[in-house]
Write a protein that binds this ligand. Structure first.
Ligand code: ADP
Ligand code: FDM
Length: 212
């Protein structure tokens, strides 16, 4: 019998919501329970395209807004063959940001429609589960200051949050909103419940195509 595929699980959320912390904990918990799992993050700054993006985020270079949007998308597409291989091998992928960040961040800039912003990512592997770690700006502020990268300002993050809210209205995506203001352990428990459920369902259905 062919091996059962892994699930594609994505964590999204505002700055300091706990995405990186929770991705690590989820991968560890899955591995410890005997389920193959690996972490990924977008942008993946290790590739040639990722290095262009990283320099832009660090404000070491300037890129035209459409151009950088397409680079973020290209950075996902270049990893699709590897992602599909892993999923087919039964590995669950836990991904820190995906096309939803792509659409939310660019459409928070003036002159960009959400519709245009989603287009380059149409047809990407569709996540079996997208968890949005919900945290108010006041609670995020308690976790430290904004960093120095591009987009790390209160006004821009508020605009991004509004775009995420629009994206979450799309019933074709399996969104789950997670209360990220709880303790690290409590959030981990919530995330694990949703993830185990998604992994069980994904075993028996083919991988979908995003926004298609
Ligand atoms: P993100 O990747 O979403 O920006 P991080 O996982 O890097 O968030 O967490 C941001 C900061 O908040 C870190 O200092 C982390 O230790 C802390 N943190 C993460 N989750 C929680 C939580 N549930 N409660 C309190 N602090 C948290
Ligand atoms: N970001 C991330 C985008 O603007 N578009 C994208 O497609 C993706 C995946 O890049 F500000 C933004 C979101 C965030 C920055 O920061 C990446 P982290 O700290 O590496 O997640």
């Amino acid at each position: 019998m062919a091996c059962k595929r892994g699930a594609l699980i994505v964590l999204e959320g505002v700055d300091r919501a706990g995405k990186t912390t929770q991705c690590k904990m989820l991968v560890q918990a899955l591995q410890q329970s005997g389920r193959p799992a690996e972490a990924m993050r977008f942008p993946d700054r290790t590739t040639t395209i990722g290095q262009l993006i990283s320099a832009y985020l660090e404000k070491k270079s300037e890129l035209e807004d459409h151009t950088v949007h397409l680079l973020f998308s290209a950075n996902r597409w270049e990893l699709v063959p590897a992602m599909k291989r892993k999923l087919e091998q039964g590995v669950t992928l836990v991904v820190d940001r995906y096309a939803f960040s792509g659409a939310a961040f660019t459409s928070a800039k003036p002159g960009f429609s959400l519709d245009w912003c989603t287009k380059p990512d149409v047809g990407l592997p569709k996540p079996d589960l997208v968890m949005f770690l919900q945290l108010s700006p006041a609670e995020a502020a308690l976790r430290g200051q904004f960093g120095n990268e591009r987009y790390e300002t209160r006004a821009f993050q508020n605009a991004v949050q509004q775009k995420f809210e629009l994206l979450m209205k799309d019933p074709s995506v399996n969104w789950q909103v997670i209360d990220a203001s709880k303790s690290v352990e409590e959030v981990h428990r919530d995330i694990t419940v949703h993830s185990l459920n998604a992994i069980n369902i994904a075993e028996n259905i083919p991988l979908g195509q995003l926004w298609k």
